[in-house]
Design a protein around this ligand. Structure first.
Ligand code: GRF
Length: 196
């Protein structure tokens, strides 16, 4: 592995527990990435406070009253200024414009709380329970303009228990997300560097 670590920017809208898992993962001595910026469309996102406490640069501005292309351009500018090479979405609750995504083509990923292609979109845990699934989980995938439809990078499966509620299932899946995302991003970056 080269000594230089890939520069990662993370986009969040809220709690930021996956962002925190990515930051914690980056502290491993052999981790191939460092988190150089956390950006949010929600200035009050708890994850922004965490990032600041960690000494990570932040960009936090509400999208309200700004059209999508203009807002995405603001985020892209912040990422470019921080020399971000890889973008990781972690609970970023807005669609990104095709132009933004093209700027990091093949280097922009998301984590989604289902075994894609099953259950794209919201309320994945309630929908999986209602459908009587016996297995559920999470997926890291490349971001494309179509929501939750990009190529799968890695998945982690959890069992669905008879006693599960959407909340207990969410807790089990979230735990799997926190283990999967740092590992999947690190593997992806290492594979990318090997190909160069
Ligand atoms: C996670 O379940 C993630 O899979 C989904 O949104 C949620 C974000 O949670 N995209 P957090 O902000 O990372 O805690």
């Amino acid at each position: 592995m080269s000594a230089r670590r890939a520069r990662v920017g993370i986009l969040i809208s809220g709690r930021g527990s996956n962002m925190k898992a990515l930051v914690e993962g980056s502290h491993a001595p052999d981790c191939p990435y460092e988190v150089v910026l956390v950006a949010s469309n929600n200035p009050d996102a708890p994850g922004i406070a965490y990032a600041r406490d960690q000494g990570i640069a932040t960009f936090a501005q509400s999208h309200k009253g700004i059209d999508r292309a203009a807002f995405d351009a603001l985020i892209a500018r912040a990422l470019r200024d921080a020399e971000v090479e890889w973008v990781a979405l972690a609970g970023y609750m807005r669609l990104l414009s095709g132009e933004f995504i093209a700027g990091w083509a093949g280097r922009i990923v998301n984590i989604h709380p289902s075994l894609l292609p099953a259950y794209r979109g919201l309320d994945t845990h309630a929908r999986a329970l209602a459908a009587g699934e016996t297995r559920h989980g999470c997926t890291v995938h490349f971001v494309t303009p179509e929501l939750d439809a990009g190529p799968v990078v890695a998945q982690s499966e959890v069992p669905v228990l008879a006693v599960d509620t959407p909340q207990t299932l969410e807790t089990r899946v979230l735990d799997a997300e926190h283990r999967l995302y740092p590992r999947a991003l690190a593997d992806l970056i290492l594979a990318h560097h090997d190909k160069r």
